[in-house]
Design a protein around this ligand. Structure first.
Ligand SMILES: Cc1ncc(COP(=O)(O)O)c(C=O)c1O
Ligand SMILES: Nc1ccccc1C(=O)C[C@H](N)C(=O)O
Length: 426
């Protein structure tokens, strides 16, 4: 990709961007003076699709005017409401619609999946995660081990980058699996690492783990809506994601879950059950003999929060109108490459990028560390915020910046680097 300096170049890129009109679909937060923020934080909380308000209001209106009848005879009845999200969610993760369900929240789904896919035996009982896993994942895994009476000191294998490095290497993961494979029950890794932005080779990891009889789950919090995924073809056992980052579905909105068809159709697979996972035809017969739906829906516990699902439906409709991950990824690669180009040419002496440069190994996000002697990373982050940039800071030493293809412009990236440069030179 060829880039040039100067705002005119950024504006030209925006002008020829086939997705530029989608920015209008979103509410962009404003600064105190009324101008729009430079919002580069879609990796943490995606912006609100304007239509989310209409979709949510539609459900509030149904509740007001129809009461309980909103479950049945109306547009988008609540009883099957989650089904309206299945196909477009499945498209985003490369799954069949019977392999995906939106339910609960991410950590809850991780637990539910571990109930089914982490069933330790006396000899195969270890779980592999990364040393720097998102804390909620770490807590969830540790508590699962303890729940089975296994000491995490023994049962938890933590993947660490090499001394002096930040990224994980496939060869190191391979070595661990080849060394201890017989004792490992589950490999649980992120699709995109939240701190470094590194994309892990999910297809290779899945194949490798399966060769050693290990189940594989992915936490796709930072991957879904960001990078192309092929969960079905990759033969992943399960995956979970939240919907409030790149999926723009609102704070704490309902999460997603993938169960590969070969498991979903196995109604004998142990699980924690609830009535919403029970066969739809006989659910209301109240017979108390649990018969799971032979799809990912068979893991649902409760009837879902419709207001949250309505916001997700709004967002998924925007993704579909944009043409799905194909066009979004094309723009994203360009947007992030442009960010990298400007960072290197404008602030290379103060900032280093820890995210891999290889397009296969990164999504929207670049994780930056500050090398300036006169200024700490945290101080730099504060200066950015004071000047209208929203990105985020993660301990111990990273500023995460994520231009997203649905609503960020090349001009946002340009302006960000301009502000960053001034802050470094202040
Ligand atoms: C990688 C990862 N795992 C887990 C979580 C926690 O998600 P939740 O609060 O929906 O359980 C997050 C973000 O909040 C995350 O980024
Ligand atoms: N839900 C939140 C509420 C408040 C503050 C942050 C979050 C995040 O989601 C953090 C994100 N998971 C991260 O990658 O750091």
């Amino acid at each position: 990709m060829h880039f040039e300096a100067g705002i005119e170049f950024a504006q030209a890129l925006d002008h020829e961007d086939p997705l530029s009109r989608f920015r209008e679909e979103f509410s962009i937060p404003a600064q105190p003076d009324g101008s729009q923020e430079i919002y580069l934080c879609g990796n943490s909380l995606g912006l609100q699709p304007r239509r989310a308000r209409d979709y949510v209001n539609q459900e509030l209106d149904k509740w007001a005017t129809l009461g309980v009848k909103g479950h049945f005879d109306c547009e988008f009845p609540w009883m099957p409401y989650h089904e309206f999200l299945a196909e477009s969610s499945a498209n985003l993760v490369g799954a069949h619609s019977d392999e995906v369900v939106m339910m609960n929240s991410l950590t809850v789904n991780l637990h539910l999946m571990m109930v089914s896919f982490y069933r330790p035996s006396a000899t195969r009982y270890k779980i592999v995660i990364e040393d720097h896993a998102f804390p909620s994942d770490h807590y969830a895994v540790e508590s699962q081990l303890r729940h089975h009476g296994i000491d995490p000191e023994d049962g938890l294998l933590l993947l660490k980058p090499r001394e002096g490095e930040e990224l994980l290497r496939l060869e190191d993961i391979t070595a661990l699996i080849e060394e201890q494979g017989d004792s490992i029950a589950l490999l649980l890794l992120p699709g995109v690492q939240y701190y470094t932005g590194q994309v892990l080779p999910m297809a290779e990891l899945t194949e490798l783990a399966h060769q050693h009889g290990i189940s594989v789950g992915f936490d796709l919090a930072h991957a879904v809506g960001n990078i192309p995924l092929q969960l079905h073809t990759w033969n992943v056992d399960f995956a979970c994601w939240c919907s409030y980052k790149y999926l723009n579905s609102g704070p704490g909105s309902v999460a997603g879950c993938f169960v590969h068809r070969r498991h979903a159709q196995n109604t004998q697979l142990p699980r924690f059950a609830g009535w919403w996972g029970h066969d739809k035809q006989s659910r209301f017969r109240m017979e108390n003999r649990f018969q799971p739906i032979p799809t990912a829906e068979g893991w649902q516990l409760s009837n879902p929060p419709i207001l949250s699902l309505a916001a997700i439906r709004a967002s998924l409709d925007v993704f579909s109108e944009a043409g799905g991950m194909g066009p979004l990824r094309s723009k994203s690669e360009k947007l992030t490459a442009y960010l990298q180009f400007l960072l290197k040419s404008e602030v290379g002496e103060y900032i280093s990028i820890i995210t891999p440069e290889d397009l296969e190994q990164r999504g929207c996000q670049l994780s930056l560390s500050c090398n300036a002697r006169h200024l700490s990373g945290r101080q730099l982050f504060q200066r950015l915020e004071e000047h209208g940039v929203t990105c985020d800071w993660r301990e111990p030493n990273v500023i995460r910046v994520a231009p997203v293809p649905l609503y960020n412009r090349f001009a946002d990236v340009y302006r960000f680097v301009e502000i960053l440069k001034a802050a470094c030179e202040e």
